[in-house]
Write a protein that binds this ligand. Structure first.
Ligand code: HEC
Length: 117
Protein backbone atom coordinates (compact mmCIF):
# COMPACT_ATOMS: atom_id res chain seq x y z
CA UNK A 1 0.00 0.00 0.00
CA UNK A 2 1.29 3.47 -0.91
CA UNK A 3 1.05 6.24 1.71
CA UNK A 4 1.44 9.87 0.58
CA UNK A 5 2.46 12.33 3.30
CA UNK A 6 1.69 16.01 2.61
CA UNK A 7 2.25 19.20 4.59
CA UNK A 8 -1.16 20.49 5.87
CA UNK A 9 -1.39 23.28 3.22
CA UNK A 10 -0.56 20.88 0.37
CA UNK A 11 -3.15 18.43 1.71
CA UNK A 12 -5.81 21.18 1.80
CA UNK A 13 -4.98 22.05 -1.84
CA UNK A 14 -5.35 18.37 -2.78
CA UNK A 15 -8.72 18.15 -0.99
CA UNK A 16 -9.95 21.29 -2.81
CA UNK A 17 -8.81 19.88 -6.17
CA UNK A 18 -10.69 16.63 -5.48
CA UNK A 19 -13.93 18.63 -5.06
CA UNK A 20 -13.80 20.48 -8.39
CA UNK A 21 -16.30 19.58 -11.14
CA UNK A 22 -14.20 18.59 -14.20
CA UNK A 23 -14.28 21.08 -17.11
CA UNK A 24 -15.87 20.09 -20.46
CA UNK A 25 -13.25 18.07 -22.42
CA UNK A 26 -12.25 18.76 -26.02
CA UNK A 27 -10.87 16.76 -28.96
CA UNK A 28 -10.22 13.06 -28.38
CA UNK A 29 -11.28 13.34 -24.73
CA UNK A 30 -14.68 14.75 -25.84
CA UNK A 31 -15.14 11.71 -28.10
CA UNK A 32 -14.35 9.53 -25.09
CA UNK A 33 -16.87 11.37 -22.92
CA UNK A 34 -19.59 10.80 -25.55
CA UNK A 35 -18.83 7.06 -25.47
CA UNK A 36 -18.72 6.99 -21.66
CA UNK A 37 -22.10 8.71 -21.33
CA UNK A 38 -23.81 6.52 -23.95
CA UNK A 39 -22.70 3.22 -22.35
CA UNK A 40 -23.43 1.33 -19.14
CA UNK A 41 -20.35 3.05 -17.60
CA UNK A 42 -22.68 5.75 -16.19
CA UNK A 43 -24.71 3.18 -14.29
CA UNK A 44 -21.71 2.03 -12.25
CA UNK A 45 -19.32 5.00 -12.12
CA UNK A 46 -19.76 8.52 -10.79
CA UNK A 47 -18.01 11.46 -12.49
CA UNK A 48 -19.06 14.72 -10.84
CA UNK A 49 -21.37 16.68 -13.13
CA UNK A 50 -21.67 13.69 -15.53
CA UNK A 51 -22.94 10.52 -13.85
CA UNK A 52 -23.94 9.11 -10.48
CA UNK A 53 -23.17 5.36 -10.63
CA UNK A 54 -22.33 3.69 -7.32
CA UNK A 55 -21.08 0.14 -7.97
CA UNK A 56 -17.59 1.02 -9.30
CA UNK A 57 -15.02 3.60 -8.16
CA UNK A 58 -15.73 7.33 -8.55
CA UNK A 59 -13.72 8.47 -11.61
CA UNK A 60 -14.01 12.27 -11.08
CA UNK A 61 -10.23 12.68 -10.61
CA UNK A 62 -9.15 9.43 -12.23
CA UNK A 63 -6.34 11.07 -14.23
CA UNK A 64 -4.52 12.03 -11.03
CA UNK A 65 -4.36 8.43 -9.77
CA UNK A 66 -0.97 6.63 -10.08
CA UNK A 67 -2.44 3.15 -10.49
CA UNK A 68 -5.71 1.57 -11.52
CA UNK A 69 -7.74 -1.42 -10.39
CA UNK A 70 -6.68 -1.04 -6.75
CA UNK A 71 -2.95 -0.77 -7.45
CA UNK A 72 -2.79 -3.57 -10.01
CA UNK A 73 -1.06 -1.66 -12.86
CA UNK A 74 0.34 1.87 -13.44
CA UNK A 75 -2.23 4.42 -14.66
CA UNK A 76 -1.09 4.87 -18.29
CA UNK A 77 -3.31 5.50 -21.36
CA UNK A 78 -2.44 2.04 -22.74
CA UNK A 79 -3.33 0.26 -19.49
CA UNK A 80 -6.61 2.21 -19.18
CA UNK A 81 -7.58 1.37 -22.78
CA UNK A 82 -6.79 -2.32 -22.15
CA UNK A 83 -8.77 -2.21 -18.91
CA UNK A 84 -11.95 -0.66 -20.36
CA UNK A 85 -11.86 -3.13 -23.26
CA UNK A 86 -11.49 -6.27 -21.14
CA UNK A 87 -11.08 -5.70 -17.37
CA UNK A 88 -11.17 -9.44 -16.59
CA UNK A 89 -8.04 -10.01 -18.69
CA UNK A 90 -6.08 -7.85 -16.22
CA UNK A 91 -7.99 -8.82 -13.07
CA UNK A 92 -9.83 -12.15 -13.18
CA UNK A 93 -13.15 -12.14 -11.32
CA UNK A 94 -13.59 -8.35 -11.55
CA UNK A 95 -17.17 -7.00 -11.27
CA UNK A 96 -16.78 -4.71 -14.29
CA UNK A 97 -18.17 -6.38 -17.45
CA UNK A 98 -16.78 -6.39 -21.01
CA UNK A 99 -18.76 -3.69 -22.83
CA UNK A 100 -17.76 -4.45 -26.40
CA UNK A 101 -15.71 -1.30 -27.10
CA UNK A 102 -13.48 -1.26 -30.19
CA UNK A 103 -9.76 -0.47 -29.76
CA UNK A 104 -10.41 3.05 -31.04
CA UNK A 105 -13.32 3.63 -28.64
CA UNK A 106 -11.26 2.27 -25.72
CA UNK A 107 -8.42 4.71 -26.57
CA UNK A 108 -10.86 7.65 -26.75
CA UNK A 109 -12.39 6.68 -23.38
CA UNK A 110 -8.85 6.41 -21.93
CA UNK A 111 -8.06 9.93 -23.24
CA UNK A 112 -11.19 11.23 -21.49
CA UNK A 113 -10.51 9.47 -18.18
CA UNK A 114 -6.85 10.60 -18.17
CA UNK A 115 -8.02 14.21 -18.69
CA UNK A 116 -9.90 14.06 -15.36
CA UNK A 117 -7.24 15.37 -12.95
C1 HEC B 1 -21.51 -3.28 -13.83
C2 HEC B 1 -20.75 -2.13 -13.34
C3 HEC B 1 -19.68 -1.51 -14.19
C4 HEC B 1 -19.78 -1.03 -15.48
C5 HEC B 1 -20.97 -1.09 -16.41
C6 HEC B 1 -18.50 -0.39 -15.77
N1 HEC B 1 -17.64 -0.51 -14.71
FE1 HEC B 1 -15.77 0.23 -14.58
N2 HEC B 1 -15.52 -0.66 -12.77
C7 HEC B 1 -16.49 -1.37 -12.10
C8 HEC B 1 -15.92 -1.92 -10.87
C9 HEC B 1 -16.66 -2.76 -9.83
C10 HEC B 1 -14.56 -1.51 -10.85
C11 HEC B 1 -13.51 -1.83 -9.77
C12 HEC B 1 -12.70 -2.99 -10.25
C13 HEC B 1 -11.62 -3.44 -9.30
O1 HEC B 1 -10.68 -2.68 -9.02
O2 HEC B 1 -11.67 -4.60 -8.87
C14 HEC B 1 -14.36 -0.72 -12.06
C15 HEC B 1 -13.15 -0.11 -12.38
C16 HEC B 1 -12.99 0.78 -13.42
C17 HEC B 1 -11.81 1.55 -13.66
C18 HEC B 1 -10.57 1.57 -12.78
C19 HEC B 1 -10.81 2.60 -11.71
C20 HEC B 1 -9.71 2.70 -10.68
O3 HEC B 1 -9.66 3.69 -9.95
O4 HEC B 1 -8.88 1.82 -10.56
C21 HEC B 1 -12.03 2.30 -14.79
C22 HEC B 1 -11.07 3.27 -15.44
C23 HEC B 1 -13.36 1.97 -15.27
N3 HEC B 1 -13.91 1.03 -14.40
C24 HEC B 1 -13.94 2.51 -16.39
C25 HEC B 1 -15.16 2.09 -16.92
C26 HEC B 1 -15.68 2.50 -18.20
C27 HEC B 1 -15.02 3.49 -19.15
C28 HEC B 1 -16.88 1.85 -18.39
C29 HEC B 1 -17.78 1.86 -19.59
C30 HEC B 1 -17.16 1.50 -20.87
C31 HEC B 1 -17.10 1.03 -17.18
N4 HEC B 1 -16.04 1.20 -16.34
C32 HEC B 1 -18.21 0.24 -16.96
C33 HEC B 1 -17.81 -1.53 -12.49
C34 HEC B 1 -18.31 -1.19 -13.72
Amino acid sequence: MRVIVDAPEAFERWVAAQRVTPPEPSGRAAEGKAIFTSRACVGCHAIRGVSAGVLGPDLTTFGSRRTLAAGLVPNTPANVAAWVKDPGALKPGVKMPVLGLTDDQAKAVAAYLESLK
